[in-house]
Design a protein around this ligand. Structure first.
Ligand code: ZN
Length: 197
């Protein structure tokens, strides 16, 4: 197989699909809608050899964000900080712990992305999970600052309200030039890029 071209070096990043964000301390009813879509996306990525990286809140109770904004959620080592049962990572998936909104901020995500594809590095990150206007947005900012292209799975991200979700998508497109695609369109892209290699 020839080396993958830049546009084909993708990774799926699944953000905060944790018990506390879906059914627990920061329960979000609207998250239910995206679970089957993300399941489909993650399974397709695994099948096409696209790395799947789970980026999960793993807080200490005294973290700034916990104390100053959201209260206790996703405390490291608790059930609330585990990925929801429907989307459990497999041994082949990668997991990065974070302690603020962005998946990049003082985590090992950037060096991890740069080490994938035999050291050629990921070029495009595909974002899914919670919330469109918070952790997805801040992760997109840090991805943009570091020179990654961004795709957002529009039926694979959610927010507490429709307004927050829609505004979040608009912002991602406008400010980070994120491509807003459905999970089905992304899977079609996986199939096409495999066809070319
Ligand atoms: Zn948090």
């Amino acid at each position: 197989m020839t080396p993958k071209s830049m546009s084909e070096r993708m990774s799926v990043i699944v953000i905060d699909m944790l018990n506390d964000f879906v059914t627990g301390a920061l329960k979000c009813e609207r998250a239910q809608r995206i679970i089957p879509n993300l399941k489909k996306l993650i399974e397709a990525a695994r099948a096409y050899g696209v790395p799947v990286i789970y980026c999960n809140d793993a807080h200490y109770p005294f973290d700034f964000e916990v104390v100053n904004r959201w209260g206790e959620h996703a405390i490291k080592g608790t059930k609330g900080a585990e990925v929801i049962p429907e989307l459990k990572p497999t041994d082949k998936d990668l997991v990065v712990e974070k302690r603020v909104y962005s998946c990049f901020y003082e985590t090992g995500l950037d060096p991890l992305l740069r080490s994938l594809y035999n050291g050629e590095g990921v070029k495009t990150v595909i974002l899914g999970g919670l919330h469109t206007n918070i952790c997805v947005r801040h992760t997109a900012a840090d991805a943009f600052f570091r020179g990654y292209k961004i795709i957002v799975a529009k039926d694979g991200v959610e927010s507490f309200t429709q307004e927050d979700h829609e505004e979040g998508l608009k912002y991602l497109e406008k400010i980070y030039n994120a491509k807003i695609m459905t999970v089905d369109e992304i899977i079609e892209m996986f199939a096409k890029s495999r066809g070319q290699s």
